[in-house]
Design a binder for this molecule. Structure first.
Ligand SMILES: [Zn+2]
Length: 441
């Protein structure tokens, strides 16, 4: 390959981040009300909205399908749920927030005293206004989540309890956006789409991934093929890996995207390999941007990188976050809402992802065609015109590329060793190649 490809980030750079941020946030707002779960209509509605923006194929895997050590569960759908007091007033109402129902609750219609009801109620005493998000996927159970204030306002007495849901044989549904490139080597971007009205933990990843896929779909050349997965957490990744076991080796680089909309700095969790190209590309991009960031070592708990990085696969997949799950009080509560994610932060996350893609697309190895002493750059108009003062970073980048292009060092190697941003190193390689001083290997 000769020319530089995949200038995705150019598109991001040329667009007003304020505008992109508002567009990302608006899309999150569209997805927010849907009651998602690991199966059912909610995730399908979500995929339909994503599919309105990028080419998306939906896959259905029937209940009962064995996927490694797991089994695809029953499909869950819900229409309504409430707790009514003796006056017939809804004191807990699913129509006001879908977090009010324990996600995956079995159906129930009953009358019971508060004392009997209490073992089915979940609240957070330390955060009296917030509704917790709780699930019971793998144990058939019913329950309600409510604020501590709501709980304290409930008097002893009889309540009417209704969860109008069904848990029946059906399908697990996931979505895939595949963008073919010049090779079948793939970049995998994966996000979970199974949380109901939760913005940072769920919607931020979905919106940024959708916009990134949209940018890539418009780029005229792609070196890699790209596969964006919108899947239920854990069981979705396990199902996808089980169904794609034979071809999963095509994944050369991967990113799990989640919690990328809050006001925190970036956290990148490395792949199990620890020094995969994706880990190095992420570290390089984060180092050369303005926001605070931290690199985290791999650990076997977290999001779906757990499955991609399980020892049988050991794929080079890292996880990009802003605030780390579980470390912010809003995590898995009603306070992880549309105010908690911000347009500027969503736009900043998209930009970082696009820059990482640019590094992957353009990280090549070159050979200096004039390796005996420095070539005379001035004669080729590639050096400063007047001698004296220090050389600029652009010329410095050219010297680094020439010096390290011995067939052994990639452009990312050169960027890391020189401390010069990859975009400048890539630009230098382009100029030197045009001048006939460098050839791609
Ligand atoms: Zn979560």
């Amino acid at each position: 390959m000769n020319e530089m490809v995949g200038l995705t980030n150019k598109v991001v750079e040329q667009t007003d981040p304020k505008v992109v941020g508002v567009e990302l946030h608006d899309f999150a707002k569209e997805l927010y009300p849907i009651c998602r779960s690991i199966t059912g209509e909610g995730i399908r509605q979500t995929l339909d909205l994503i599919g309105g923006r990028i080419p998306l194929r939906k896959f259905n895997v029937p209940t009962g399908t064995r996927v490694f050590d797991w089994t695809v569960p029953k499909e869950w759908n819900i229409r309504d749920a409430y707790i009514k007091d003796s006056n017939g007033r809804r004191v807990v109402d699913f129509q006001k927030s879908n977090l009010h129902v324990l996600n995956y609750s079995t159906p129930i219609r009953a009358k019971m005293t508060l004392r009997d009801l209490k073992s089915h109620l979940f609240s957070i005493p330390e955060r009296p206004d917030w509704i917790p998000y709780r699930t019971s996927y793998y144990k058939e159970e019913w329950g309600f989540c409510l604020s501590q204030k709501q709980l304290l306002a409930m008097n002893e007495g009889e309540y009417e309890v209704c969860i109008d849901s069904d848990l029946e044989d059906g399908n697990l549904t996931y979505g895939e956006c595949y963008l073919p490139g010049e090779t079948t080597d793939e970049v995998l971007v994966s996000c979970h789409a199974c949380h109901p009205s939760l913005a940072n933990d769920n919607l931020s990843g979905l919106t940024v991934a959708t916009f990134l896929a949209n940018l890539l779909s418009k780029s005229d050349r792609r070196r890699y093929s790209y596969r964006f997965l919108f899947i239920p957490g854990t069981i979705g990744a396990i199902t996808w890996l089980a169904q794609n076991r034979e071809t999963v080796g095509r994944v050369q680089h991967g990113l799990v995207l989640t919690c990328v909309g809050d006001s925190g700095g970036f956290h990148y969790k490395k792949s199990r390999r620890g020094s995969a190209e994706i880990d190095r590309a992420a570290a390089h991009v984060l180092k050369h941007q303005a926001e605070p960031f931290e690199m985290l070592e791999f650990s076997p708990y977290g999001y779906d990188e757990r499955q991609y990085c399980s020892p049988g696969f050991n794929l080079p997949v890292g996880c990009m976050m802003r605030s780390v799950w579980g470390t912010f009080p809003e995590y898995h509560t009603s306070a992880d809402n549309l105010d908690f994610i911000r347009p500027d932060q969503l736009a900043g996350s998209l930009r970082v992802c696009a820059e990482i893609v640019d590094v992957l697309e353009n990280n090549q190895t070159y050979r200096n065609l004039n390796p005996f002493c420095e070539p005379q750059l001035g004669r080729r108009n590639l050096y400063r015109t007047t001698g004296g003062g220090a050389i600029g970073e652009e010329i410095n980048a050219r010297l680094w590329v020439l010096n390290l292009s011995d067939g052994e060092h990639s452009l990312l190697d050169i960027a890391e060793r020189s401390g010069i941003p990859f975009s400048l190193i890539r630009g230098a390689a382009e100029v030197l190649q045009q001048a006939g001083l460098l050839a791609a290997i």
